[in-house]
Design a protein around this ligand. Structure first.
Ligand SMILES: Cc1ncc(COP(=O)(O)O)c(C=O)c1O
Length: 401
């Protein structure tokens, strides 16, 4: 790219003919998956704790080293059930800088999500802020291992233990990640994974609760199956959280190919780092490579004053080029309904959340993105960085999108 007029937003051809997505699903070994689906059809056991669900649960428990894994139809229902089974009520402390499902899983059960600020270095709950938000109504804390980078689990466990609170983790991003050598899945009272299509490991739709607590696991198993404790015996209020057999087969097949996904993600992440590292105003979020990481997200933090273009304009230009970058998790859960109306002043206590939500871009990665794609995306970003102020002036003339 040599000329500003070559940018698609100013009338040039888009850099990519087809869109480059942030989280295009990873497809497992087709033959193996189709064989398993045929097996399911032959057996006519489609759901209700079938053999593939049980095998998937066993493999996840082995993989994480946790005692129990209970698979679910999706991560949101898994969160709702974990919250209910752990006995949370009243107020629960959560980050606002997360996908909305973390807060919704509480509010859905009329539990108040109390939004807590994040540590700008980790993008995860700031334990000092958590302590300040505890009231007599607080029953628990839900940490989110954002981007697969684990929370400060030690401090959160200390706080929860000291104050008699339950501690759950929304580990939707963190399957396959470790913290101080221990796999995610072993922290707090329970941890929740999402196996949504866009996640590191997918089962089309799906999720799981992983825990080392036998009693809690028993309760969760009943709750996800309407509370049935026997054929005609219901002992709790329950819901339908069951994973079906095809999802379990997809998850199992994906799990068997997980090393290839890590390899592709790590290669992409390192290439972005090599090509964009040191570019003023573009901070690439780093993984701690001494731990196990899934490298599922390539996140850059934009310093608008240095770059000369706002984060939103950068995203707009990238999208015109068919690079479908995302502003995860803009604008923060506290600025979405119903929380925006319930807590109009929540932002006062969330300065880091609000700052980061305005600075972040998530870039395309995954097994469908190759070296050449990333080289082109990085060239585009470098071009924008070199011409920031000029581009901003031209954009002002184009007007808002
Ligand atoms: C942090 C976080 N929590 C919860 C969820 C909800 O998971 P699911 O889509 O499987 O319901 C997601 C993603 O979808 C997520 O990113």
């Amino acid at each position: 790219m040599k000329n500003l007029k070559d940018l698609a937003i100013f009338g040039g051809d888009p850099m990519f003919d087809t869109p480059l997505h942030v989280g295009r699903p990873n497809i497992p070994d087709r033959k193996l998956l189709l064989d398993r689906i045929n097996d399911i059809l032959d057996r006519r056991w489609l759901t209700n704790n079938g053999p593939y669900v049980r095998e998937f649960e066993k493999k996840i428990a082995e993989f994480t080293g946790a005692r129990h894994c209970i698979c679910m139809c999706n991560g949101t229902v898994a969160l709702e059930i974990a919250i209910r089974a752990a006995g949370l009520t009243g107020e629960v402390i959560v980050p606002s800088f997360t996908f909305i499902a973390t807060a919704h899983a509480l509010q859905w059960q009329e539990i108040t999500p109390v939004f807590c600020d994040i540590d700008p270095k980790t993008h995860n709950l700031d334990p000092d802020c958590v302590e300040k938000l505890i009231t007599p109504r607080t029953t628990g804390i839900i940490g989110v291992h954002l981007w697969g980078r684990p929370c400060n689990v030690e401090r959160l466990q200390e706080i929860a233990r000291g104050r008699g609170l339950k501690l759950l983790f929304d580990a939707a991003h963190a399957f396959g990640c470790s913290c101080k050598g221990r796999m995610v899945g072993n922290f707090g009272n329970a941890e929740v994974f999402s196996f949504h299509a866009t996640k590191f490991l997918n089962s089309f739709e799906g999720g799981a609760i992983v825990t080392n607590d036998d009693e809690l696991a028993g309760k969760i198993r009943l709750m996800k199956n309407f509370g049935f404790a026997g054929l005609d015996r219901v002992i709790y209020i329950g819901t339908n959280g069951k994973m079906n057999e095809i999802s379990a087969a997809a998850g199992l097949t994906g799990l068997e190919g997980i090393d290839e996904v890590v390899t592709a993600n790590r290669r992409n992440y390192r290439q972005y780092r090599r090509q964009l590292g040191g570019l003023p105003g573009f901070g690439i979020m780093a993984y701690n490579e001494k731990e196990r990481c899934n490298y599922q997200y390539v996140v850059i933090v934009i310093d608008e004053r240095t770059v000369g273009i706002s984060r939103d304009d950068l995203v707009r230009i990238l999208r015109e080029e068919n690079v479908l970058a995302r502003r995860y998790f803009f604008p923060g859960a506290h600025k979405m309904e119903p929380y925006r109306s319930y807590f109009p002043n929540a932002g006062i206590l969330l300065p880091e959340t609000e700052r980061l939500a305005g600075q972040i871009i998530s870039l395309p990665t995954g097994t469908s993105v190759d070296k050449e794609d990333i080289t082109k995306v990085c060239e585009l970003i470098k071009f924008m960085a070199a011409n920031g102020k000029k581009i901003s002036r031209m954009l002002a003339a184009v007007g808002p999108s």
